[in-house]
Design a protein around this ligand. Structure first.
Ligand code: SF4
Length: 240
């Protein structure tokens, strides 16, 4: 079982984690790792392409931290770690306790985040082995995607924290041309390069699970300007 150690978090805090769903085994949510994925409820942003909006509201599905602990106990030696995803996992005040608990069980911890709560990221980053950070738009047009105020500054601060910590990092941009233009992709890529980001993935918009408010169009790698594809050392396009 997990237990509290010198870090000051308690198992009781971890049990408050607002889990929406647990995927026991994934090969795609943490590059190169076999991981369980723990989806947390809630997100203050409203990206029109969100595929996890099921976790936004009061009717979101629910599960227990004890279920995650039981899964990990049963999968020792089979799983590398746990990815906390969402929704926005850094919304949860109990996330640091949960991260510590998983680490104390001997598993690695990864994080999917849009960078909405930089200070919580700073709190947990010593315990993280890998982070997938959404970069949704150029900083000055972020709010057009997130439908919230002042969001680019939050994502930028989170990026700075992660780079300063030196954690293994992948930046990811979901691309729908009505929200992010080809010129915007070049701006994002060159901005990330200026920060020293090594890994950047563009993920083609997919309509499944969204609210259907965006035109259902398909984009391809060949639609991404060369200047964007060549901006960072390791570029990946994730299409249909
Ligand atoms: S930040 Fe992530 S979880 Fe929140 S609305 Fe946007 S895509 Fe969905």
């Amino acid at each position: 079982m997990y237990e509290n150690q010198e870090g000051g978090f308690s198992a009781t805090e971890a049990e408050d984690l607002p889990i929406g769903a647990i995927v026991p085994f994934s090969t795609v949510d943490w590059p190169g790792k076999l991981a369980a994925v723990c989806f947390l409820r809630g997100c203050p942003w409203r990206c029109p392409y969100c595929q996890n909006r099921i976790f936004w509201g009061p009717d979101a599905p629910r599960d227990q931290f004890s279920s995650l602990v039981a899964l990990l106990e049963a999968r020792r030696g089979l799983l590398d770690g746990v990815v906390f995803s969402g929704g926005e996992p850094t919304l949860a005040p109990s996330l640091p306790a949960a991260v510590r608990a998983v680490r104390e069980m001997g598993f690695e911890v990864g994080l999917h985040t849009a960078g909405i709560f930089p200070e919580r990221v700073a709190q947990i980053v010593p315990d993280l082995s890998w982070v997938g950070l959404d970069i949704k738009a150029p900083w000055d047009s972020y709010d057009n995607v997130t439908k919230a105020q002042g969001t680019g500054a939050l994502a930028r601060r989170t990026l700075e924290i992660l780079l300063e910590a030196g954690v293994d990092l992948e930046c990811r941009t979901t691309w729908h041309p009505s929200l992010v233009s080809q010129e915007d992709l070049v701006t994002i890529g060159t901005t990330l390069a200026s920060y020293g980001v090594k890994h950047w993935a563009i993920q083609a918009y997919r309509s499944a699970g969204t609210d259907g408010s965006l035109p259902d169009i398909h984009v391809f790698r060949s639609d991404v300007p060369e200047a964007a594809q060549n901006a960072v050392p390791h570029f990946e396009f994730r299409g249909l």
